[in-house]
Design a protein. Structure first.
Length: 346
């Protein structure tokens, strides 16, 4: 039997084009037939994917999951040499993600289902899909919660995926204004400024061009955010961006100056893999009548907060964080607060 276009693209390791071909048709039955067709070597597309999968990419992981969903029986199908896809993957030293995926039994794959296999073996694509779904339903709180709770590296990979597709998805569904939406767009470009330049490979449109397209007609606030350049983002402190684009909600100059100092310090501590700060647990019992003891208690609270921020992904990354709550706590004596404490131990 002659090879189909999926066989040929997989032989070339052209994973993005395989994804495009998979997604370009609404005729799922036809795609399923193609993933059951053998070439002159008795190989299914799965065999060629296994043979060419030495270097992991997010598109490859997605192709792996989708190909199994299209033909579960391929996991145990042998080619003319008697090899299954996992036999070929092991022999050719495929990447760990593909070996793990092809090691599933047919029953295990069926039990997991496509969505769970994506989460386990192609998490970047899985979370891109989740974020896009939340955005379309205006569930921005879920987007913020996900950014707060996940590792910075995973967040950036999701934002980078498919030439920064997620930011363009935001632009497609931004005709209604909300503070949370603008904050989300700012957090995304702050994490990955180059996403502003990412273009659709077929249409050649970047995020602002999508936002300004008559079909999508994004609100003016989102257009203003997407008109920023990567240079603007890299040279402007995040609190300043918030004040510029969310002026009614974020106008506290003194708090944000302090907040920026705290966030920068916490980021450095995290990146340097700093150990937790030793804190005297007995200090909670101190009688805070004297000024010196009151200041010491504030420092103690600041160090507890710092320990928390070092441990929690995303902490100190936005105005929803524990840092800002601490700074705005009316019980904290001023001017001695976390800003002075952080400067002293920096």
């Amino acid at each position: 039997m002659a090879a189909n276009e999926h066989h040929e693209l997989l032989k070339k390791r052209d994973w993005p084009d395989v994804v495009n071909v998979m997604n370009a048709t609404t005729d799922v039955k036809m795609v399923r037939r193609k993933y059951k067709e053998r070439d002159e070597h008795g190989r299914l597309p799965h065999h060629w994917m296994a043979a060419k999968a030495q270097t992991h990419t997010h598109a490859l992981a997605y192709v792996g999951v989708q190909s199994i969903c299209l033909n579960l029986q391929a996991l145990t199908t042998r080619d003319n040499k008697g090899e299954t896809p996992i036999d070929i993957a092991l022999r050719s030293r495929a990447c760990a993600e593909i070996i793990g995926l092809l090691s599933l039994t047919t029953e295990e794959a069926r039990s997991l289902g496509g969505k769970e296999m994506l989460r386990l073996y192609a998490p970047v694509v899985y979370w891109r899909n989740e974020m896009n779904g939340w955005n379309q339903s205006r569930s921005y709180a879920d987007c913020h919660k996900w950014i707060n709770e996940h590792d910075d590296e995973l967040v950036r990979e999701v934002l980078k995926y498919n030439n920064s597709e997620l930011l363009r998805c935001i632009a497609c569904h931004s005709h209604k204004y909300s503070d949370s939406l603008v904050f989300l767009a700012l957090r995304m470009i702050h994490r990955h400024p180059l996403s502003l330049k990412g273009t659709n490979t077929q249409l050649g449109l970047n995020a602002i061009q999508v936002a300004e397209h008559p079909q999508f007609n994004a609100c003016s606030e989102i257009r203003n955010v997407l008109r920023l350049t990567p240079e603007d983002i890299s040279s402007t402190p995040f609190p300043t961006l918030l004040r510029q684009h969310l002026p009614k909600q974020f106008v506290d100059e003194e708090v944000f100056g302090t907040y920026n100092t705290a966030c920068q310090f916490i980021k450095h501590m995290k990146y340097d893999k700093a150990e937790l700060v030793k804190v005297d647990t007995e200090l909670e019992l101190v009688d805070v009548e004297a000024d010196g003891e009151a200041e010491l208690l504030v420092l103690h609270k600041g160090m507890l907060l710092l320990n928390r921020c070092i441990q929690e992904p995303g902490a100190g990354d936005g105005p929803t964080s524990a840092v800002l709550d601490f700074l705005r706590n009316k019980e904290v004596p001023q001017p001695y607060g976390i800003k002075k404490a952080l400067i002293e131990i920096a």
